[in-house]
Design a protein around this ligand. Structure first.
Ligand SMILES: [Zn+2]
Length: 427
């Protein structure tokens, strides 16, 4: 307990580090991590030997680029060879993964504890206060538990994401949360059963959204319903824990740069600041099963400049989705859900939408409205979608009921291209 408090205090102190101090810490961790992985983890030793690399050559984050990117498939194929055989007292975190194939990240109990403490730090960072009642609605993997509970603070109620919507609604109402942590599709399902307004159940002053991209119409609907409330975003993964989190400024997410080194790549190269890329991460605190240049596979974009809150850690935009959730156009160009954001933001009365692609030259837009839209609206939307695509694609827009397009596995962009089912799509 005392050790946990001391560890948490030191994690809080990291938040005050200058950018230089954090960089020095990161590079020192990278040197130690690479040396450890080479010594103790067969997968990394083989990889480096095959390229004639010695750990001493990796001195900084920049040097890491000499190592190839590791994918989930690589680690799955490596089996126990990607784990330090000396590590004991293990904790396994299952990843969901859209492929449906199971994959586990292995942590020591100490690593898992650190992950929980970082999670708690993120919650405080976005504005959770000691006397708040926090309700969690969704499959939240890591929750801060012992520390605050033993202090009698930060009361938390977990509402199972797979309970019936009526039951979830009842529990939200009973919990009367100051802070509501949501999985956005789960909250949508609850609201579709209770008349659409969260304010009828509870009036949290802060909503925290994680794990799923919070689409603009829903975000706006929540803010309109709860004047003065804030929405904070968290970004993370089962493999790495929290990767980035918002702050009280609600203007971008801070990288958890004392624990995770993030690269954004496109076609194997680092993107320029402000450009979209695929996340590749190196976890600085995970030693039992090291992740070094691991392809996380989310589409993200860094922001230039510093945050008004004063913290030095870099800012990124909200994640734009996963690579698998993108559509591929006839030219091979890929588009993320965000491309349609501007289109759907302008559609009044829109409750939910989804874009489904079965062929490269065809896109089906599925829309659900509060009340049937006036004539001509759907055709107008289709026209605006075509403008975004800028290629020869047949766009159809259909009206759907909310139950037809929602579900716990909801995605706003679904690609069902045959080519993706049988092999990797074009880059
Ligand atoms: Zn900030």
């Amino acid at each position: 307990m005392i050790g946990e408090i001391a560890e948490f205090a030191s994690l809080l102190l990291h938040r005050r580090w200058s950018a230089e101090r954090t960089r020095a810490h990161r590079d020192e961790r990278i040197r130690t991590l690479v040396a450890h992985a080479y010594e103790n983890v067969p997968y990394y030793r083989r990889m480096m030997d095959a390229r004639g690399l010695k750990p001493q050559q990796i001195r900084s984050a920049r040097d890491l680029e000499a190592l190839p990117v590791t994918t989930k498939q690589d680690l799955r194929a490596a089996g126990t060879d990607c784990v330090d055989p000396r590590a004991t007292d293990l904790y396994r975190v299952a990843t969901s993964g859209s492929s449906g194939e199971p994959f586990e990240q292995i942590l020591t109990q100490a690593e898992y504890r650190r992950r929980r403490l970082r999670e708690f730090r993120s919650l405080i960072g976005v504005g959770l206060k000691p006397l708040d009642r926090l309700a969690v609605l969704g499959p939240v993997r890591t929750r801060p538990r012992r520390l605050h509970r033993s202090l009698g603070l930060y009361r938390i109620e977990v509402i199972p994401f797979d309970a019936r919507p009526e039951e979830q609604a009842r529990r939200i109402e009973r919990a009367c949360p100051d802070v509501l942590w949501i999985y956005s599709t789960v909250l949508k399902q609850v609201l579709s059963h209770t008349g659409g307004r969260l304010s009828d159940l509870a009036r949290p002053r802060l909503l925290i959204s994680s794990s799923q991209v919070l689409d603009s119409p829903f975000r706006q609907q929540l803010l309109d319903d709860l004047p003065g409330a804030r929405i904070a975003e968290l970004y993370g993964s089962a493999e790495a824990g929290r990767i980035a989190a918002g702050c009280r400024e609600d203007d971008g997410l801070h990288l958890e740069d004392d624990a995770v080194h993030v690269e954004l790549l496109e076609g194997g190269r680092r993107v320029e600041e402000g450009e979209e890329g695929t996340t590749v991460i190196t976890c600085l605190d995970q030693w039992a099963m090291p992740l070094i240049r691991y392809e996380q596979g989310d589409r993200c974009r860094m922001r230039p400049g510093r945050c008004r809150c004063g913290r030095s850690s870099p800012l990124m935009d909200s994640p734009l989705g996963r690579c698998a959730d993108m559509i591929t156009l006839p030219s091979g160009r890929r588009l993320s859900a965000l491309a349609f954001d501007a289109v759907v933001r302008q559609v009044p009365g829109l409750v939910q939408y989804r874009f489904v692609q079965r062929r490269r030259d065809r896109l089906e837009a599925q829309f659900c409205f509060q009340t049937p839209p006036p004539a001509g609206v759907l055709e107008e939307i289709a026209g605006r979608v075509r403008e975004v695509l800028r290629e020869q694609v047949e766009v159809s827009v259909g009206l759907f009921g909310v139950e037809e397009i929602r579900g716990p596995k909801f995605k706003s962009v679904v690609s069902l291209l045959e080519e993706q089912a049988t092999g990797p799509g074009p880059e």
